[in-house]
Design a protein around this ligand. Structure first.
Ligand code: PEP
Ligand code: MN
Length: 467
């Protein structure tokens, strides 16, 4: 007998309140199996005086996303895997509480919508829009500690765990930050929902915004495609297209499911099916550092119904891919599994094909998307973590080449970007150089494409899609 049958179902709620000690938390076989497995990248805070109370509180809070929306996204991703849609996923490496302002959120959504218009036109298929937003607060680190000038403190693990400033107080993990992350995600998602359904996303407005980008002579190369898009939108207007419908866009939220205390507390049973859904975001992914097959992250995510992504770095083996498929997509369900390759521009052409072949041999139909950021990180002469725009583009081109050669579907793009005029990645047609980092490098973690670089990348990917 499962938890659903043993608990009266509140008719008015889309989620079953099944946990008695933790109201709202899902009780379902296997959901806590991860606790008995090796778990990487977690703060050691279980003994913290507020930990149990915070987890209880989180477990009782409303879900941030709904199971029905998650199911729609799974269908959209299945379309992308068949080549009938294209996924655009983007946002900060690490969101911050102070940075989750209306202006920053709107600039990011606006940039993603602008990119999506360009990609839609070129691909002639719908673009599935997913923000790396409203929950991207936890970061994996290569070391548990950081040492500066002889002082060693816990590494910064994202604002959901501890603070960025290099002081003992800030770096101390604090479970109460999970509540702040939840509430910041809720307010971000609220604004995103308003923007994407309230008229802000009107296709005609988005097309107008792209004019600003085109007015920069550095972008002349994209003139003809931009003009074609504008003409297409004008043409739709003349034909009496129902622009009311085009005022609304579907927009989904995603983040790396790294902090398992948080993800577990926000897991709920869907009242329609009694199945568990992670309700912290629509799409969750497992990072390169936590994808070991017998580890806690893979186990936990194997048990929720959300579409799941897994990052695949350059050392990934074919056996790892087939094992991940067996564990995460045993039913071979379209849309369930997305592989996000992040090989590096110099490695993708050599390393990706055998992983695609391995997946193909299992009968699974994962969606393959490219993250051209994380395999291309370098340190600039003046000491900043950066990426060269040309390397990012080269990895994307390599991704398309590999899929073309294999006859498989290059299904999407995953980028670290922002809508603001930051200087964190080098190059672009209106180039950012190292000197610009000094005043405009804002990321607490990895370098993001700025607004112009993001749009330029969309035009370059569009050229690949239109081939
Ligand atoms: C990230 O997406 O910010 C990240 C840490 O990526 P990866 O797991 O691919 O290294
Ligand atoms: Mn990153």
């Amino acid at each position: 007998m499962n938890a659903e049958q043993s608990t009266p179902r509140p008719q008015s709620s889309p989620y079953v309140s099944a946990g008695l000690s933790q109201p709202g938390a899902a009780v379902y076989p296997g959901l806590d199996e991860w606790r008995s497995l090796p778990v990487r990248q977690q703060p050691h805070w279980a003994e913290h005086p507020s930990h149990a109370e915070v987890v209880r509180e989180l477990s009782a809070l409303p879900p941030l996303v709904f199971a029905g929306e998650v199911d729609i996204l799974r269908e959209r991703l299945a379309s992308a895997a068949r080549g009938e849609a294209f996924l655009l996923q983007g946002g900060d490496c690490a969101e911050t509480f102070a940075g989750s302002t209306a202006d920053a959120i709107s600039a990011k959504v606006r940039t993603l919508l602008q990119m999506a218009v360009v990609l839609t036109y070129a691909a002639s298929v719908p673009v599935v829009k997913v923000g790396r937003m409203a929950g991207q607060f936890a970061k994996p680190r290569s070391s548990d500690t950081e040492t500066r000038e002889g002082v060693t403190l816990p590494a910064f693990r994202g604002e959901i765990v501890n603070g960025f400033p290099f002081t003992p107080e800030d770096r101390e993990p604090d479970p109460a930050r999970m509540l702040k992350a939840y509430h910041t995600s809720a307010s971000t998602l609220n604004l995103v929902r308003a923007f994407t359904t309230g008229g802000f996303a009107d296709l005609r407005a988005v097309s107008q915004w792209n004019r600003g980008f085109m007015s920069n002579p550095a972008h002349a190369r994209y003139e003809s495609m931009a003009a074609q898009i504008e003409r297409a939108v004008d043409f739709m207007g003349v034909c009496g297209t129902d622009f009311e419908a085009l005022k609304r866009v579907e927009f989904f939220a995603s983040h790396e499911a790294l902090l398992l205390d948080y993800e577990r507390a926000l897991t709920r049973l869907d009242s329609r099916t009694s199945l568990p859904y992670a309700t912290s975001g629509h799409f969750l992914w497992i990072g390169e550092r936590t994808r070991e097959i017998d580890g806690a992250h893979v186990d936990f995510l194997s048990r929720v119904r959300n579409p799941i992504g897994v990052k695949l770095g350059p050392t990934t083996t074919a056996a790892e891919v087939t094992d991940l498929i067996e564990k995460l997509d045993p039913e071979r369900e379209p849309g369930r599994l997305t592989f996000i390759s992040r090989m590096g521009a110099g490695k993708i052409r050599e390393n990706l094909p055998r992983l695609i072949e391995a997946a193909r041999s299992t009968g699974s139909t994962p969606l393959w998307i490219t993250d051209p950021m994380h395999g291309n990180t370098v340190t600039s002469e003046n000491g900043y973590k950066t990426r060269r725009f040309n390397d990012v583009v080269d990895e994307v081109v390599g991704f398309f080449e590999v899929h073309e050669a294999l006859g498989t579907v290059p299904g999407g793009l995953h980028v670290e970007m922002t809508g603001d005029d930051v200087a964190e990645c080098l190059g672009g047609a209106d180039p950012i150089d190292e000197a610009a980092f000094e005043g405009r490098y804002e990321s607490l973690c990895d370098p993001r494409l700025n607004h112009k670089q993001s749009l330029e990348l969309a035009f370059l990917v569009a050229e690949q899609l239109a081939k």
